[in-house]
Design a binder for this molecule. Structure first.
Ligand SMILES: [Zn+2]
Length: 339
C-alpha cells in the first residue's frame, strides 16, 4: 500500500494523472541497470532514485577526478580527493537521497564476458557510456533478451537520446550497422557542457518513467544543442528489414571474445582490461613503493610513475594516464603489475 497523505514522498509524482498510484507501484517494483556513471549517468541516477525505482544497479569502471565535478552531479571534492570509484561514490550519495531504493554499485567494465551477470534481472537498461563499442554490446544484449534500453550521448553542446524497445522500434544497428569510422569527437577533444548532459539525462529519464509506469514510450530521437538553442524531434527511425541484429539475430558484439585496450573519454589515458584476475592491492602497493608514489584503498590503487599515472582495480583492470598508445600502456602494465 502506498501512503495516502498529501505530503508523502511521491505525492507530486502520483498526482500526475497518467502516472498515478499504479504507475508509482510499477516504478517501485522496477529494476534498472545504468551502464556508465559520468555526467549523463549521475544525472539519470539522481532522477531515478528520487522517483523511487525499486532497484538501481550502477556499473562504472572509472574513479572520480576533480575535472568531473563541473558536470557529474553526484560527486564532490572529497570523492575526488579519495579517488573513489564513481559507482561507489554515487551509491553513497544516493543512499542519503532515498534510503528506500536499493542502489548497487559495481566497479566494472561492461564486456562480452560479464554482460549477462551485470544486466541480469534489469527491466530497463540506461546508457551513460561514452563509446560505441559498449553501446553495440548493450544493443546486442537488449535485443537478444527483449529488454528496452535508452541510447544517450553528449559532447560539446550537443546531445541526443533514443529509446529502443526490441521488437517494436529500430535498434541501434538499424541506425548504425557499423560503428562510425574515423576519429570521433570526444569530451577530451571537444569538451562538454553540463546543461546538455543534464538535458539529455532528463529526457531519457522521462522516457524511462513512462516505460516503467505504462510499458509504452514514444520512440523519438531527440537532439538538443544548448549553445545554438536548437532542439529537434525526429520521428521513430524505421527498422532495417535486413538488420543483422534485430532481424537476423546475429549478435556479433556479444560473441566478441577479446577486445583491444581502448582510450577513455575525457583524458589522455588507455584502459587495460584484457585479463580478469584478482589482485591484492595492499601487496601491490608494497611492491610498487620503491618506484612510485602510491595511494591505495580497498577499491583502487593509484601510483605516480613519472610521467604516467597507473590506477589498478582489484579485478586486475588498469587505467594508464599520460599516454594514448596501447603499446606503452601494455608495457607499463607488464612492468609494474605483471603480465
Ligand atoms: Zn536492428
Amino acid at each position: 500500500m502506498l501512503p495516502e497523505t498529501d505530503d508523502s514522498r511521491y505525492s507530486r509524482q502520483m498526482r500526475f494523472g497518467p502516472l498515478g498510484e499504479d504507475g508509482q507501484r510499477r516504478i517501485g517494483a522496477s529494476r534498472v541497470a545504468l551502464a556508465g556513471c559520468g555526467a549523463l549517468g549521475t544525472a539519470m541516477a539522481d532522477l531515478l532514485v528520487r522517483a523511487g525505482v525499486g532497484h538501481l544497479r550502477i556499473i562504472d569502471r572509472d574513479f572520480v577526478e576533480s575535472s568531473n565535478l563541473q558536470r557529474q552531479v553526484l560527486f564532490d571534492e572529497a570523492d575526488a580527493r579519495e579517488g573513489l570509484p564513481k559507482a561507489v561514490a554515487a551509491a553513497r550519495r544516493l543512499a542519503q537521497v532515498n534510503s528506500d531504493v536499493v542502489v548497487e554499485a559495481l566497479v566494472a567494465d561492461v564486456n562480452p564476458s560479464n554482460i549477462d551477470e551485470l544486466f541480469e534481472g534489469a527491466s530497463l537498461i540506461l546508457d551513460g557510456t561514452d563509446n560505441f563499442e559498449t553501446r553495440f554490446l548493450m544493443n546486442d544484449y537488449a535485443v537478444r533478451e527483449g529488454r528496452p534500453w535508452i541510447y544517450c550521448a553528449a559532447v560539446g553542446s550537443y546531445g541526443l537520446k533514443l529509446p529502443i524497445v526490441p521488437g517494436r522500434t529500430a535498434c541501434l544497428r538499424c541506425l548504425y550497422p557499423e560503428a562510425p569510422g574515423g576519429a570521433q569527437p570526444t569530451c577530451e577533444t571537444e569538451g562538454v557542457l553540463a546543461p546538455v548532459t543534464a538535458s539529455i539525462a532528463a529526457l531519457a529519464v522521462g522516457d524511462a518513467l513512462k516505460l516503467l509506469a505504462s510499458g509504452t514510450v514514444e520512440a523519438r530521437l531527440t537532439t538538443v544543442d544548448v549553445w545554438s538553442g536548437e532542439i529537434r524531434q525526429i520521428d521513430p527511425p524505421a527498422r532495417d528489414a535486413q538488420c543483422e541484429c534485430c532481424v537476423r539475430r546475429e549478435f556479433v558484439h556479444l560473441s566478441g571474445a577479446r577486445r583491444a585496450p581502448i582510450s577513455l573519454c575525457g583524458r589522455n589515458a588507455v584502459q587495460i582490461h584484457e585479463r580478469s584476475r584478482p589482485l591484492d592491492l595492499a601487496d601491490l602497493a608494497r611492491r610498487l613503493a620503491p618506484f612510485a608514489t602510491v595511494r591505495a584503498n580497498e577499491f583502487a590503487l593509484r601510483a605516480h610513475i613519472d610521467p604516467y599515472e597507473l590506477t589498478v582495480f582489484p579485478d586486475g583492470r588498469a587505467i594508464i594516464k599520460g599516454t594514448t598508445d596501447p603499446g606503452v600502456a601494455r608495457s607499463i602494465y607488464a612492468r609494474f603489475v605483471g603480465a
